[in-house]
Design a protein around this ligand. Structure first.
Ligand SMILES: [Fe+2]
Length: 312
């Protein structure tokens, strides 16, 4: 082959390499920095919609899936695990924490689910400590995810959160299943206590929950228990020690429920009233910046909410 042709091929290969690698693309096809793209869902099932949602999560380029409880609703751990293996691939990093439908029925059944969450925690791309599916801390590419199970497993979750998150300037995500009534948009009762919310807020960690089958994103809180809003910017929130937002992400495929509470601390809500079917919160956490680009995408409606997070 003549030298000129060789040079042209090398140049073309280099161009392809640099245009595909490095930064990601968000849903609006805008380039982000070398973000770590994480999808967060809850209340899944093994329904058609749950399958479609996992496919969408993969197509969006998410590299880690966080599941905030209520897995398959069929007491069928094998089928639930198989769904993820088949759609995301057996090596895809997943962190899952127990919901009531997974751990209420029998200890033996929970043991089967926990075996799966323990396998997932052992993924070589994750570095996890603690009790899989009950109370654990995982690091993924510098992002810290603390999963707890208030009102499900009887540990001191507040103390655990304090210790797990203290003195850390990384992006931090708190993940659990249940709610306080005012931190969801349906009929769920006060179950978790305010302590876990306030502990994560004190550390400036993004709070994500599920249990109610809807999506809701709050404004920036300085006091979650008393719903004190520090900033009502609808499109961005600056997380810091003592300030964070709460995101309910319970549209994992099981169902979409109607709005039952109408509160002024939500920046965006999706539920049966808005026509949402099933969707995921997806955030690209900046590696080289203190900014995260986030969106909620529904399998039927597409992207319905976009916002940015910042950390100090
Ligand atoms: Fe639940």
């Amino acid at each position: 082959m003549n030298k000129l042709v060789q040079l042209l091929i090398y140049t073309l290969l280099l161009f392809i390499l640099f245009s595909c690698g490095g930064g990601g693309k968000n849903s609006n096809n805008e380039t982000t920095d070398n973000g770590v793209k994480i999808a967060i869902i809850g209340d899944q099932s093994i329904s058609d919609n749950a399958h479609k949602l996992l496919k969408m999560i993969k197509d969006e380029g998410a590299e880690l899936l966080v599941i905030n409880g209520d897995f398959d609703y069929k007491n069928n751990p094998a089928a639930w695990e198989k769904m993820h293996d088949e759609i995301l691939g057996p090596d895809f990093p997943i962190i899952a924490v127990a919901g009531n439908h997974d751990a209420d029925d029998s200890w033996e059944l929970w043991q089967e689910y926990q075996r799966i969450t323990a396998d997932w925690d052992a993924n070589p791309h994750l570095s996890c400590t603690g009790i899989p599916g009950e109370q654990s801390t995982c690091l993924y590419r510098g992002i810290k995810i603390v999963s707890v199970s208030p009102n499900q497993f009887d540990y001191d979750h507040v103390n655990y959160i304090n210790k797990a998150l203290d003195g850390d300037n990384a992006w931090k995500i708190c993940a659990w299943h249940k709610n306080m009534n005012k931190m969801q948009t349906g009929g769920k009762l006060d179950e978790t206590g305010w302590g876990v919310y306030e502990a994560c807020k004190e550390q400036g960690a993004l709070i994500t929950t599920a249990h109610e089958h809807a999506y809701a994103r709050s404004y920036l809180f300085s006091d979650i228990e008393h719903q004190v809003i520090a900033d009502n910017n609808p499109k961005s929130a600056k997380l810091s020690r003592g300030k964070t937002i709460v995101i309910l992400s319970g549209l994992g495929g099981k169902s979409s429920r109607p709005l039952q509470r109408d509160d002024n601390w939500w920046a965006h809500r999706e539920n049966a009233n808005t026509g949402a079917v099933a969707g995921a919160l997806i955030c690209s956490f900046g590696k080289t910046s203190n900014k995260a680009d986030c969106y909620f995408k529904d399998i039927k409606k597409g992207v319905v909410d976009t916002f940015t997070l910042r950390k100090p």
